[in-house]
Design a binder for this molecule. Sequence first.
Ligand code: G3I
Length: 397
Amino acid sequence: MTDSKSTSRPNKRLLYRRDLLRFGAGAIAGAGAVALGRSPQKSSQAETQLADSRSFDVEGDRSLGARAAAKGILYGAAVRRSNLFEDTAFAARFVQECRMLVPERAMKWQALRPSLDKFDFEGADQLVDFATQHDLKLRGHTLVWHQSLPDWFAEQVTRQNAEQVLVNHIQTVAGHYAGKMQSWDVVNEAIQPKEGKPDGFRNSPWLQLLGQDYVELAFRVAAEADPDAMLLYNDYSLDYDTAEDETKRNAVLRLLERLKSRGVPVHALGLQAHLDGEESRQFNPVQMQRFLREVADLGLKIFVTELDVKDQRLPANIEQRDRIVAAAYEDYLTAVLAEPAVTAVLTWGLSDRYSWLSDVRPRDDGLPIRPLPLDADLQPKLAWNAIARVFDQAAQR
Ligand code: G3I
């Protein structure tokens, strides 16, 4: 083993031959579609993707975390406390592959705030201790969000006390972990142009209680509470060549410009990147790179914070499905990591054994989903190869 974080991965030569054998067919299918007088556009998405006969060859057996670190990029994943402490095999794989940990649930208001006057850090502290023990960097998620608010919030937080409640929460939580966090998602998902509010703001409880200024307030209080942590604005649906995502990219860019123009301590943008294997055709690398350059030109870094690839409606055949998912990872990360301001990549989970998508986007055919780098047996999939290849080919940060 060259690196304590090495992993066993598919046999290159075997993969290659199987590749050619299996997916040469796809090329024929694609060609077949054309031969059948159907323009490539018309051939089914899966056929088009099947025709994609790239091989996901990868050199050596270093972990994703090691490959990324070699380029000055941080790789990590989201994790639930229960999965880490009740599944030792999973915990060992997590430490092997990752250099950074972000709590999937444990640092949200719902978990930390049993009541208006109480904080419960027990679960989150366990994750922080685990990360410290295993030399993993930590991301905090999230100080201000419209979801996962505790039941008492709607009853007890009013226009009169909302500012004090928000300031107290950020001071206490960011203060409690001060000096331990590589970064915080200070404000999560504040933009939703579909809701028709000025500047594309989401009509969240925070907007209703405090107006748009809650975002600036949150960043200023977080910077005071933990001057060492990078402070992020984090959001989703910023990825595809669709009118909706373009409108959202513009609204997020306007928000970041306003914050920077007012000297608000925001240091980076978080691209959640919950991708959809079915939408791969909608991904436009040039458009994405233009957006990322505009963000970088504001002096901001960029993190990919919650990457996964939904396979809900992809072909049932596992190899075909894994191929499409791996291609989505490779295409997205290749485009995004071409921007030097992108310095961290986190997947929203590490293994198909534990993914929020199992609950929220299960497959109609009842087959287990496969959105993440490792399969449910903690073995690397083509998606793992795809991510490893992109890290290996990335420019040094
Ligand atoms: O805490 C309750 C627990 O008391 C109850 O017994 C249990 C019964 O189901 O539910 C627990 O609440 C769960 C909550 O996480 C805990 O924070 C909810 O059911 C569950 O739906 C919720 O899911 C999380 C969701 O965010 C809401 O917090 C997912 O695991 C998590 O993957 C998801 O992550 C979000 C990011 O934070 C932001 N971006 C999108 C991403 C996916 O939705």
